[in-house]
Design a protein around this ligand. Sequence first.
Ligand SMILES: [Zn+2]
Length: 199
Amino acid sequence: MGSVIDYSECPNCGQECYNEFYYKTGEEYIFCNSCGYNYSAEYKTNEYGGYLTKDGTDNYSFDNLTLEVKELKNPYCAYKMKNYGSIGFQCGSLSNEDEYYELRGFAQTNESVEFASVSMLVDGKIVEEVLVDNGPKVDSAGFIHDDNVYHFDDWVNHMLSNSDYTESELMEFELYYENLLHFDMNTSNFINFNQKNKY
Ligand SMILES: [Zn+2]
């Protein structure tokens, strides 16, 4: 669906905010990651994301759809959160203090959360608070893994210091190495590969 992404001034806090306009349908989405202001004008959809028509038929012309406008004018805060293994941040708005405590409790006790912070408008200023920052995961061999990718070079270094295999033997395995598998899995695949190669 064609859309234009732009940055405009947030009507709540005056900071730059994200604005996406779907020029084919007229739908619009605004989100401010400084204060949590958000606005959306979207056609009503069912639980599978398909448009709901006014008369229940398959006539998807715009006058047979319902444009739903939602606006959070006085948000409590904006949040962003990152889980281990996921690529990007999850962003959104919280509308009151209860939601804030709920998110904070979740982020600080859930082991899958790598990072979470909130940002809010207080007395005309944007205040950011880091709720939890657990940093990247480090495995038993001391290697840092971003997004559970186990790099070949790290594995080679790991094997050089933990086994009698030579670097050239290990390098032969490069094509067969799978960087989404943990070192142990690759090592056992490598051992099979290496034995087959010998005989
Ligand atoms: Zn704002």
